[in-house]
Design a protein around this ligand. Structure first.
Ligand code: ZN
Length: 350
């Protein structure tokens, strides 16, 4: 085996000493050393004569030699790269080089998820309703059965824009939920009503990883004869399975909202830890994703809808929360910082 080692050393000396005057010389180097009948291949073939107990050690030496020859070839090649392109006869430009890529924008993650949510509910026959972000007190609160002293009406939570002049006219505010759109739909349409209301809403909150002064909701409203809580559950089951897959588990917890009775919050099994417990689910294995319930008869009566004849359900969820679960985004502020490095990670066609 001594002779084989000697041979490799001689080869290395020859490779190091080789100089090229033009691209043709480099090609000759490639054929001599790295070609299919080249010396590197020949010496690799010597492996079969190496005793078994030395194969591993020699394998490493031969491999290193191969890399050595390849590196020398690349260095020689780089030397004449400019000359090569000149040979093409297009001046100093290589016309065959790929062009500079054009960077293409992508949709915002919240837009992607909202569109997906809308598409799922459309398959169930819901249509989209939109309304103004600047609302009056009645559509945002009063019509939704939020009594005057309800904490959500407190200055801390709501951005008020204009108080009535000398007691005349409405109080104007930035809507705190898209329920105001539901109010406008009930005002103008007769049952059966089946709408979803996607949109931006505002709360007077300190901005942090977990809270923001604006966020996005998708609310739904279904009013018809004989609408039951079972219909509500089936609609939301369908949504969750379409959004997160068939394996996700769901549970309802009794809750309270002024505009629904009975009311329930819905949790899904944590997608991050598969229910084992993690920071996102606060180690419970469950994550709350929405509030829902049967529309309070008083809300129906506010719009002249006969609550003895018609019943309905409503639900509302945050687009940010669904996006967080789908893409595992842990800081709400990322959505509005316009950092391209964050935004370009999300792709989708919807
Ligand atoms: Zn978890």
């Amino acid at each position: 085996m001594e002779s084989l080692l000697q041979q490799i050393n001689d080869h290395k000396t020859a490779i190091t000493a080789f100089t090229a005057n033009n691209a043709e010389d480099v090609e000759q180097f490639r054929i001599k050393w790295l070609g299919t009948k080249g010396l590197v291949k020949a010496i690799m073939g010597e492996m079969r004569n190496v005793p078994n107990d030395q194969k591993k050690a020699f394998g490493q030496i031969l491999n290193e030699f191969k890399l050595f020859a390849e590196a020398r070839f690349e260095a020689l090649q780089a030397q004449f790269e400019g000359a090569n392109t000149a040979d093409l006869g297009h001046g100093s430009q290589d016309q065959s080089l790929p062009g500079d890529p054009i960077s293409v924008g992508s949709r915002h993650p919240l837009t992607l998820v909202r569109n997906e949510m809308v598409a799922i509910f459309k398959r169930l026959g819901f249509s989209v309703a939109e309304g103004p972000e600047i609302e009056d007190d009645w559509h945002n609160f009063g019509a939704m059965n939020l009594p005057e002293d309800h904490p959500a009406r407190d200055m801390q939570d709501t951005f008020y824009i204009k108080k009535p002049d000398n007691g005349n006219g409405p109080t104007w505010l930035l809507r705190t939920h898209t329920s105001s759109v539901q109010a406008r739909v009930m005002e103008t349409q007769k049952p059966p009503i089946r709408v979803i209301c996607p949109g931006r809403v505002y709360r007077n909150e300190t901005i942090s990883a977990r809270a923001h002064c604006f966020f996005h909701q998708v609310e739904g409203l279904y009013i018809d004869e004989n609408v039951s809580f079972a219909d509500l559950k089936q609609t939301l089951y369908f949504f969750v399975q379409e959004m997160f897959g068939k394996d996700v588990k769901v549970r309802f917890r009794p809750s309270y909202f002024p505009f629904t009775e009975p009311s329930a919050e819905m949790d899904i099994s944590c997608l991050i830890c598969q229910g084992k417990g993690c920071n996102i689910c606060k180690h419970t294995g469950w994550v709350e994703i929405l509030g829902s319930g049967m529309v309070h008869p008083k809300v129906l009566e506010n719009f002249g809808i006969d609550s003895n004849k018609y019943t309905g359900f409503a639900f509302g969820m945050g687009v940010e929360r669904i996006t967080q679960l789908k893409y595992q985004v842990n800081d709400l502020r990322l959505y509005s910082q316009n950092d391209v490095r964050f935004l370009k990670q999300f792709t989708g066609v919807v």
